[in-house]
Design a protein around this ligand. Sequence first.
Ligand code: NDP
Length: 284
Amino acid sequence: MNRDANRIFGVIGDPIDHSLSPRMHNAAFAHVGLPCLYLPFHVTSRELKNFVRHMGRMGLSGINVTIPHKISILDWLDSLSDDARRIGAVNTVSIENGRRRGSNTDGAGFLHALKSRTGFDPRGASVLLFGAGGSARAIAFALVKAGIKKISIVNRSMNHAESLATALKQYRSDVHCTIHGLASVRWQSVVPETKLIIQATSIGLKNNRSIPLRFSAAARGTVVCDIVYRPGLTPFLKKAAGCGLKILDGLPMLLSQGALAFRIWTGRRAPIDVMETILKLGVK
Ligand code: NDP
């Protein structure tokens, strides 16, 4: 494969209009002088199988995968990286000679953003994670790998939370893992002991809805992250900041996971500063 040739990349999801990945990657390609193009594709769950099966013939060299396809796309790929197989979700696909290989850069991207922007050290920490979808799975595995000792998973669908908890326990049996329904969780049993709270559901992406968490119960110094990125802070982060907690929005994760995907596709180091500048402009 000639990595310097004209190539087309993209991101698939439903919805897709909110994605800042096209701006970020197109700016990166232009900056390093690669004649590549990155496009958004609105692909519904019904269309996923056909899109993925034919994307090589459509001339695509790689895609990012976002809501709601990160888990279901596994059925239509030819091979997986070790991380993607363990996590059970894919956010980056490379297409070479018609073969589709899935990887996952979300977990490493989140961890890099967390450490570099907040200084948080996950070793020995208790974590409260909202969500059990593709991104939440990647984040949970990255945190367990980084040495957390306890994780409480809160999700709307208990079967998805259960599936994630089972996979985590198979990976590291010494991590204490509990699951809770979003509608029935007793905040007092999960909030005070945690030092890191992560919102990894799609709540707040399209509207001003927020998880009804009472941040006043959180310990001082707790770090609160919301991976949803949109103009301004999400209501979840506004509430956390109002209680004096340290917050991390979704842009640093978007940047880090994007830089890792850029490396996979091009073999080159991503121009982080350029990508970050474009992202900051994108949410204004
Ligand atoms: P998935 O579709 O895989 O998972 C969605 C998650 O949100 C599930 O836990 C789902 O619960 C929950 N959810 C969806 N709708 C509701 C609702 N109405 N009420 C309660 N829970 C709900 O999506 P992803 O994991 O791919 O993405 C999640 C969010 O993270 C998206 O908004 C996406 O844009 C953002 N994201 C940000 C990234 C970044 O770099 N900053 C990277 C990746 C994603 P259930 O299991 O019950 O369906």
